[in-house]
Write a protein that binds this ligand. Structure first.
Ligand SMILES: NC(=O)c1ccc[n+]([C@@H]2O[C@H](COP(=O)([O-])OP(=O)(O)OC[C@H]3O[C@@H](n4cnc5c(N)ncnc54)[C@H](OP(=O)(O)O)[C@@H]3O)[C@@H](O)[C@H]2O)c1
Length: 265
């Protein structure tokens, strides 16, 4: 088979698989969002759904994701799936189910801050460090690796990871305390640069987008003193939607804010 007929063949196969899973919506653009049961993730589900996308909304606990389940029941383009981003078996089950289905955009949104007291100088807790790194750094890499062929088979071909200004080395005073969280987001930024630089990934757009200070459970628990400066998760999600869907080949891989402005590394 020559290159052109190979591309047509792959496109046909992915359309068949996509239609089998999504029914009549198989031709829609598809996004997969992690940690989508609450906070920014849930608002991202709503933003993409409203724009007519198929949304694979993953949550580590579908049984208790009431708001997300209710939303999916009333919208036939939202598909709730189990994914603890640190579980290799969840990942392999999900990738088996979606084998051959094109996924235009993956958004690695799931994240944890971790108990602030256990990441303060003088009481650094090793177990928490490993947990924060597993969720915030390793999982986005493994998810990208697992679903790379789904993304390659799509039109948008984007893998986006939600970062934070707290991971920016050059911003002074961005975050007092929260050492593990900041370190994890800095590491995430480097991890995504490394994946983007893999020759096999040349046609995939790897993006880093930060939601800005957002009024969610995470901020309420970890940095309540910043709540007065925060905006709503709806605002973050709408901004992230616009930034992500508009990213094109001019993008240089830098972390971007939800309003599209650049964040220094
Ligand atoms: N809020 C902010 O001001 C802010 C600022 C900068 C960056 N961010 C980033 O934005 C993203 C979303 O944060 P948020 O503010 O919406 O936080 P959030 O309200 O605490 O929500 C975090 C989400 O991640 C999920 N999650 C955590 N561990 C998981 C795991 N092992 N597997 C699957 N899902 C898991 C949670 O699921 P459960 O319900 O099961 O726990 C929840 O859905 C994070 O990456 C965060 O670092 C937030």
């Amino acid at each position: 088979m020559n290159n052109a007929s190979n591309i047509v063949f792959v496109a046909l196969i992915t359309m068949v698989f996509s239609s089998a899973l999504f029914g009549q919506d198989g031709s829609r653009e598809t996004v997969l969002i992690t940690g989508s049961n609450r906070g920014i993730g849930f608002e991202l589900v709503r933003a993409f759904q409203e724009e007519g996308w198929n949304v694979i909304a993953t949550t580590r606990n579908p049984d208790t994701s009431e708001e997300l389940n209710a939303f999916a029941e009333s919208h036939d383009n939202v598909f709730v799936e189990r994914l603890d981003v640190t579980s290799v078996s969840d990942l392999s089950q999900l990738s088996e189910k979606y084998m051959g289905v094109s996924i235009d955009i993956i958004i690695n949104n799931a994240g944890i801050y971790g108990d602030r007291a256990l990441q303060e100088w003088g009481s650094l807790d090793s177990a928490l460090f490993h947990q924060v790194m597993a969720v915030n750094v390793l999982a986005p890499m493994l998810i990208a690796e697992t679903f790379i062929e789904n993304v390659r088979a799509s039109n948008h071909k984007k893998i986006i990871s939600i970062t934070s200004g707290a991971g920016s080395v050059s911003i002074e005073n961005v975050s007092n305390g929260g050492i593990f969280y900041s370190v994890s987001k800095t590491a995430l930024n480097m991890a995504i640069r490394k994946l983007a630089s893999e020759p096999d990934n040349a046609e995939i757009l790897f993006g880093l987008v930060a939601p800005g200070l957002t009024e969610t459970d995470m901020l309420r628990a970890a940095r309540p003193e910043l709540l007065s400066r925060a905006h709503s998760p709806e605002e973050s999600a709408r901004g992230i939607f616009d930034v992500v869907t508009n990213l094109d080949s001019n993008y240089d891989g830098s972390p971007l804010n939800y309003d599209g402005s650049k964040i220094n590394w």
